[in-house]
Design a protein around this ligand. Structure first.
Ligand code: NDP
Ligand code: MG
Length: 396
């Protein structure tokens, strides 16, 4: 039997990281953990290292590295602790690594994910923000290195499963009319509009179907998540924004659909559990057990669909505008959203102000072309500065 594949999990202490390790743990003959990273939850990182005995663990700064190194040694482990973005890039591109799970949240995941792409690794992409920020450069790097890019986002993984293998020839060429991107509508799908002004971070994070990290939970409540996913879909499947339609489907059983010119519509269904797309991407093109229960259609009984309401979900409108503007607009949208969501989670801004902040940043910043990574981070920093100005002007 061939040697187990060596897997680096960036963002191991998060929701996707833990689900990934759950799937990996079910198949020790196929997968071995090469490296794990954490950021604030370092006691969890230690526990994960004890369970999976990786070669490397990565933490944000030297101040905490020594403590973890001592604890690992005391536990009898050989795991070496690396530090910061340099450490993340090292474990993402190490010659021994076969696949990298990119599950750091937000812009912080971009450089390590790109390091994995440039090293030609198999990329399991959960960190959609990386692709939203730098889509053209990212996809160019994928083509250059020959890296295999597999979507973890449940919708994109569903679309990937419903697409013909040769979709890269062009959607029109392979007979795809459009992509139908499903959305649950989140916790505020039916909340009276006048109540949205009062909603709290706890309410925003209480997703009806999925258990996720706090940032993506707020993005799901505002439907910015679907906006980021629209941009993500355009890059992954070489689609125009007008070829991607968002469909609210509150049960989250159909994870997305592909509509073909002959009238066929292919969908992927499953229980809302991220271990399904993770197992699909890990084993692709084979299939492995993910631990997810079989779908019980009789218990589900019905599937509903509705069009999204842009008055209720202004972030979706802003994201579609950014997708259509292209170039630096998605990076600006993403950075402004990261600042606004962090401020909302800290109790400094109200839920409805998230969209106001993003709209102001998009209006104040000119769209420019992004020729290299420095240009991406310059735009990102400027958008954060403008969002910070909004906060200061409003005394937050
Ligand atoms: P979590 O917040 O649960 O986890 C985020 C991970 O990133 C944690 O390991 C965290 O470390 C680490 N991290 C946070 N900030 C930094 C930083 N500045 N530098 C390095 N590491 C950092 O998020 P999720 O797992 O929910 O989401 C991860 C990514 O996957 C996101 O991009 C999200 O959009 C995407 N995704 C998630 C889905 C889900 O169901 N959860 C579904 C589809 C996509 P620590 O916890 O130690 O602080
Ligand atoms: Mg998704």
């Amino acid at each position: 039997m061939s040697r187990p594949q060596q897997i680096t999990v960036l963002g191991a202490t998060g929701s996707i990281g833990l689900s990934t390790l759950d799937v990996i743990g079910r198949h020790p003959e196929r997968y071995q953990v090469f490296a794990l990273s954490g950021f604030t939850r370092l006691s969890e990182l230690l526990a994960l290292c004890i369970r999976h005995a990786p070669r490397f663990a990565v933490v944000p700064e030297a101040a905490v590295a020594q403590g973890l190194q001592d604890d690992l040694r005391a536990a009898g482990l050989q795991t070496r602790v690396l530090v910061g973005e340099e450490g993340l890039c090292q474990v993402a591109s190490d010659p021994e690594v076969d696949a990298v799970m990119a599950a750091i949240v937000g812009a912080a995941g971009l450089r390590p994910t790109l390091a994995a792409v440039e090293a030609g690794k198999k990329i399991l992409l959960a960190n959609k923000e990386a692709l939203v920020m730098s889509g053209a450069l990212f996809m160019q790097a994928v083509r250059k290195s020959g890296s295999v890019l597999l979507p973890i986002d449940s919708e994109h993984n569903a679309i990937f499963q419903c697409m013909p293998r040769d979709f890269s020839r062009g959607l029109g060429v392979v007979g795809v009319r459009r992509i139908l991107l499903t959305a649950s509508g989140g916790p505020f799908r039916q909340t009276p509009l006048e109540e949205l002004v009062h909603v709290t971070p706890e309410q925003a994070c209480a997703h009806p179907n999925w258990s996720m990290g706090r940032k993506i939970s707020v993005d799901s409540a505002s439907m910015m998540n679907k906006g980021l996913e629209l941009i993500e879909a355009c890059w992954l499947f070489d689609a125009r924004p007008s070829q991607v339609e968002v469909v609210i489907h509150p049960q989250s059983v159909i994870h997305s659909l592909v509509d073909y010119v002959d009238g066929s519509v292919l969908a992927q269904l499953g229980n809302p559990d991220m271990r399904t797309p993770i197992a699909n991407a890990l084993a692709w093109p084979e299939r492995i057990d993910s631990g997810v229960a079989p779908l019980d259609l009789f218990a589900i009984a019905r599937l509903d669909f509705q069009a999204p309401d842009e008055q209720r979900f202004p972030c979706l409108r802003l994201a579609r505008q950014a997708a259509e503007a292209g170039d630096s607009a998605p990076a600006m949208l993403n950075a402004a959203n990261e600042v606004a969501v962090a401020a909302f989670l800290d109790g400094r801004v109200r839920y409805l102000e998230i969209a106001s902040i993003i709209e102001e940043v998009l209006n104040l910043q000119a769209v420019v072309s992004l020729d290299d990574l420095d240009a991406v981070f310059t735009v990102d920093a400027r958008a954060r500065e403008l969002a910070g100005q909004w906060l200061r002007r409003h005394g937050r």
